[in-house]
Design a protein around this ligand. Structure first.
Ligand code: FE2
Length: 298
């Protein structure tokens, strides 16, 4: 029976002191984002982000999995200096790193300019190869053993600081529908930044959720998706209620937020998934096994 091992992490929000401000940035929501980072607590919650991210990559390289999954929010304000720093820290271009799949988070699309300049797609290009239905970048699918990993972009640039909503949109949803139907047989695992719901299946907060979650849930169910992986919510959870979706949903949580810091490893043998959640220890500067869970995928 075929078996693969995946490592999944998200919401690393690594920081760098030199952001490279330009005059136009002072008129954008980057100003309030920066104030939040430096004065209102976000920076404090992520004060060890670089250190935890480095420990996570060391751990990955100790026992390399078959594939990496990164579900977004490499940066905080989507400055190019942050992308360069994140890609270096996460080893995106390191030859000894396993292959990977990456999709952007809302912080990587914080304002319009980095989206137009395709900064995430440039710095994470090595983790964005795959099969596509046409020349559009998203969605794309990567084959790993008996599994298909399918990356969907659920992030958009929004105008207001408080608006952290996501949207896949009708054209990409239609491409996803076609992609899911065109792939050869194999378990289908969908990867987005945004969740479909919160930990017990409740709706996301008004300005924090995926606007077209209902349409995405329907397309995933009709396309035979077996598992949905995401980030965005920083506390990890597993939603495996048939009442909500015909497949389990795993929120990996933040890899680097102080006292939350976790990443997941999935061993998928046939249709059986064994998940190990690893948690960071600041005093030991290392990740340790925290809890395990087994799920049967349809
Ligand atoms: Fe996010």
């Amino acid at each position: 029976m075929q078996s693969i091992r995946l490592v999944h992490f998200s919401d690393v929000h690594v920081t760098t002191p030199r952001l490279g401000w330009r005059r136009r940035d002072y008129l954008s929501k980057r100003v309030t984002g920066w104030l939040n980072l430096r004065l209102l607590g976000r920076g404090y919650r992520f004060r060890y982000a670089n250190r935890a991210a480095a420990a996570m990559i060391r751990h990955v390289l100790d026992r390399p999995p078959d594939h990496l999954i990164f579900s977004g929010d490499a940066t905080t304000l989507a400055f190019e200096a942050e992308f360069a720093h994140a890609a270096r820290l996460l080893g995106v271009n390191q030859p000894e790193m396993p292959r990977g799949l990456a999709v952007p988070g809302n912080h990587d699309y914080y304002v319009g300019r980095p989206v137009r300049d395709r900064l995430f797609e440039t710095y994470f290009a090595p983790w964005q190869f795959g099969e596509r239905v046409d020349s559009h970048h998203y969605p794309f699918a990567q084959r790993v053993g008996h599994v298909w990993l399918i990356g969907v972009n659920s992030s958009i640039a929004t105008f207001w600081t408080w608006d952290a909503t996501g949207f896949v949109g009708p054209p990409q949803r239609e491409r996803l529908r076609r992609l899911l139907h065109s792939l050869s047989p194999g378990l289908r695992i969908l990867v987005t930044h945004y969740p479909l719901a919160r930990s017990k299946g409740q709706r996301e907060r008004l300005f924090h959720g995926l606007r077209d979650w209902r349409e995405m849930l329907r397309i995933a169910a009709e396309g035979g998706v077996s598992l949905w992986l995401h980030g965005h919510i920083h506390k990890p959870f597993v939603l495996a209620s048939e009442r909500f979706a015909p497949f389990p949903i795993i929120c990996v949580g933040s890899g680097t937020q102080t006292n939350v810091w976790t990443y997941n490893e999935y061993q998928i043998t046939g249709h059986r998934l064994a998940m190990t959640r690893r948690r960071y220890s600041l005093s030991e500067d290392a990740f340790h096994d925290h809890d395990v869970l087994e799920l049967e995928l349809r």
